[in-house]
Write a protein that binds this ligand. Structure first.
Ligand code: NDP
Length: 497
């Protein structure tokens, strides 16, 4: 059945959430809408499913997660096409997104036991008669709240880590992408039909709020900073821990010894892929004076070749169009110049590539997340000034540096969670690297070892293996033994370093 609604705007009708294509308004699919009661029921089911999932052990979970990975690879075109239908995202962007999701599933499945499994710790001299054991135990049920811009890889990040750690999941996809979210859940159920280890609950923001209050052990939120704060507030009521993956205003620094054409190519990709609707999208470029003119010319040449409706898909969320328009107008009103696109770039549901120069630091194009295919390029004296301007932002998600001699030194000094050197966005595709931000971009990590530990609690156990020679932790110690303890302490730790 195909109905036509206002493009991009999800509606709830007769208990169904109807999702539409942002370019055409054609129905992408419908899913049952949840309410508070059904969210609580889903979490209750998940709690039981988690016990079964944990009983499978590391190997049982690994096998099933790798089977799910294989299913995603087998059906990559089908899933990319569904994503195109629901978000308007070009097919190839969907393929690349799934590629990253597959990498994270594979890595989490293969490494969970090594990172989280039980291990014996080296003994400590003062408690030599005790052995330490450490393991990381799952929370039980993790609530995952996801955005619409990358409806596959953003939820798969926390979902892969949390499942590999032994948790069950209740997933609230964005109201703009419930169909893709449900596809992920249904495909997992083909591999794991026994229990509802991964479930979806659909609806608007209130369903996300209900999930925070439904008795989950932890919430992994990906979305805007403003909503992240609401999620934290809801979780605070019951002291539920959260991971917040929020927005960004990522910068690219181009140093004097950079390959300028490669930097321009990466800047255009980093800024314009997914029509700029990328949390780690490059929104600002700081370019040192000697290479500035060449960089601007190369960016304009390359971005000018991108076609709206082809490489540049529609803006998924209609209200974002106003924000993008406001940012461009604000930049121009404050003295910025458009060297590509500009005032007329917004033509709903599309925005054509826009490159702005001479944009003052107080304009919204520099300060706030634009989330469209726009890039500001600012000339700087040297890398030092570029770092200072990059870090002058409440956000701190990712970033990039192009250069040779000092590139890694510059990357280290950027106040962000990730930086790509001589590339853009690449860190999101490596399963062994943690992903997350600082400041208004959030906290906590998904992906890699840190992303696995995020979904498990460290559990420390000590086991006595002999009688204590220097009994400290007992009322039955003697004054002589206390003297011996002081002597041992002086011997071990009393010398000045
Ligand atoms: P939103 O913050 O609008 O929504 C994110 C999710 O939270 C959605 O599922 C939304 O549901 C839900 N939600 C809304 N209100 C509440 C509430 N009160 N309580 C609980 N959940 C709620 O973000 P967008 O979907 O617009 O995504 C774009 C944003 O996500 C950008 O800022 C982008 O930078 C950021 N992002 C960050 C990433 C990262 O890894 N750091 C990755 C990708 C995106 P509903 O849609 O139904 O309103």
């Amino acid at each position: 059945m195909t109905a036509t609604h206002a493009p991009g705007l999800p509606v709830i009708e007769d208990g169904q959430l109807i999702s539409t294509n942002p370019a055409t308004g054609a129905e992408a699919g419908r899913v049952p809408a949840a309410d508070e009661k059904s969210v609580i029921a889903a979490v209750d089911r998940a709690r039981e499913a988690a016990v079964w999932w944990q009983s499978l052990g590391w190997e049982g979970r690994k096998t099933r997660l790798l089977r799910w990975r294989t299913l995603l690879v087998e059906r990559i075109e089908e899933l990319a096409e569904l994503t195109r239908l629901e978000t308007g995202k070009p097919l190839n962007d969907g393929i690349i997104e799934i590629t990253a999701a597959v990498e994270h599933l594979d890595w989490a499945a293969r490494h969970a036991k090594r990172v989280l499994g039980p291990r014996r710790m080296r003994t400590r001299l003062l408690l030599a008669e005790h052995v330490g054991h450490l393991e990381y135990q799952p929370f039980g049920v993790i609530g995952v709240i996801g955005p619409w811009n990358y409806p596959i890889v953003t939820p798969i990040g926390p979902i892969s880590g949390a499942l590999a750690a032994g948790n069950a999941i209740v997933f609230k996809p964005s109201e703009y992408t419930p169909v893709v979210g449900q596809w992920l859940v249904d495909s997992f159920a083909e591999i794991v039909p026994e229990h509802p280890v991964l479930q979806a609950v659909h609806g608007l923001g209130d369903v996300g709020g209900a999930l925070c209050r439904a008795g989950v052990g932890k919430v992994a939120f990906t979305g805007s900073t403003a909503t992240g704060k609401k999620v934290m507030a809801a979780c605070a009521e019951n002291l539920i821990p959260v991971v917040i993956e929020a927005g960004g205003k990522d910068a690219l620094i181009v140093d004097a010894d950079a390959d300028v054409r490669a930097a321009a190519e990466a800047a255009v990709w980093g800024a314009m892929t997914n029509a700029g609707q990328t949390c780690i999208g490059i929104e600002r470029a700081y370019v040192v004076e000697p290479v500035y003119d060449r960089f601007v010319a190369a960016v304009v040449e390359k971005a000018g070749k991108l076609r709206t409706g082809e490489e540049i898909g529609p803006i998924t969320m209609p209200k974002q169009l106003e924000i993008i328009r406001d940012h461009i107008e604000d930049a121009l009103a404050k003295g910025g110049r458009a060297v590509l696109g500009g005032a007329d770039a917004v033509s709903p549901p599309y925005v054509s590539p826009t490159v702005l120069v001479d944009v003052p630091a107080n304009s919204s194009e520099i300060r706030d997340e634009t989330f469209g295919p726009t890039l500001t390029i600012t000339k700087v004296r040297d890398a030092e000034e570029a770092i200072q301007k990059t870090n002058d932002s409440p956000y701190g998600l990712g970033g990039a540096v192009f250069g040779k001699k000092d590139a890694i030194r510059i990357a280290r000094r950027m106040r962000t969670g990730m930086v790509a050197v001589n590339g853009t966005l690449t860190f999101v595709g490596m399963g062994n690297l943690p992903f997350g931000g600082v400041g208004e971009s959030g906290f906590g990590r998904i992906h890699g070892e840190d992303g696995l530990r995020e979904f498990a609690r460290p559990k420390a156990i000590t086991v006595r293996r002999a009688k204590s020679l220097l009994p400290a932790m007992t009322f039955e110690r003697t004054p002589a033994q206390v003297k011996q303890i002081i002597k041992a302490l002086r011997l071990l730790y009393g010398r000045k370093p």
